[in-house]
Design a protein around this ligand. Structure first.
Ligand code: GTP
Ligand code: MG
Length: 200
């Protein structure tokens, strides 16, 4: 089967590029640069008796690029929506270091504020927004997967597996926790998507 146009969406710094680079090149970069606009990759995968070629648009998570996203998801047969299981990625183009994160924690900002998605938005909430947008404006038969990335950072985990799994089930998505760093479940998520794409 030829060519599965696919898009990755999710908050800044959740690891979209890292997941693609792990899948396509088998690499992981500790200081991956933030994507500008979008980047294109392709990779083939053997699924059962067929070879599937993914044509992947890795979009930029920064809010200023949001308006470009429909260009990439409109023609897509599949989407991976990525959040960070530590959930403390803030949509204001700010990536917080460990010290800043501790300070942020100590401020005790209510979850309702974090989920408001106006100036600040936790990455899991941002993922839900993407899913809503895809359901409203994407292809109706698009295969969607939810990836809880950075699964290696167990000590900092802030999104419960069950919560994400339930949300995914209720919304008809395939869900898996991934780590671009250790490569856990990375091939698996692409494989599961390929299996769900209707054969032509
Ligand atoms: P934008 O392009 O800005 O939207 O970000 P992105 O979603 O492409 O994130 P990117 O792949 O650039 O990763 C952001 C940071 O998270 C980088 O420093 C990565 O090294 C790190 N990172 C990505 N995936 C993982 C992971 O699975 N585990 C850990 N520990 N770090 C990760
Ligand atoms: Mg990126």
């Amino acid at each position: 089967m030829c060519c599965v146009p696919q898009v990755l969406l999710g908050d800044v710094g959740t690891g979209k590029s890292s997941l693609v680079l792990r899948f396509v090149r088998g690499q992981f970069v500790e200081f991956q640069e933030s994507t500008i606009g979008a980047a294109f990759f392709s990779q083939t995968l053997a699924v059962d008796d067929a070879t599937v070629k993914f044509e992947i648009w890795d979009t930029a998570g920064q809010e200023r690029y949001h308006s470009l996203a429909p260009m990439y998801y409109r023609g897509a047969a599949a989407a991976i929506i990525v959040y960070d299981i530590t959930n403390l990625v803030i949509s204001t183009n700010v990536k917080l270091g460990n010290k800043a994160l501790k300070l942020w924690d100590s401020l005790n900002i209510p979850a309702t504020f974090l989920s408001s998605c106006s100036d600040f938005c936790a990455s899991f909430e941002r993922a839900k927004r993407w899913i809503e947008e895809l359901k409203a404006q994407g292809n109706s038969d698009m295969v969607m997967a939810l990836a809880g990335n950075k699964a290696d950072l167990l000590d900092s985990k802030n999104v419960e597996t069950e919560e994400a799994k339930t949300y995914a089930q209720e919304n008809g998505l395939f869900f898996v926790e991934t780590s671009a760093k250790t490569s856990s479940n990375v091939n698996n998520i692409f494989y599961e998507i390929a299996k769900r794409i209707p054969r032509v």
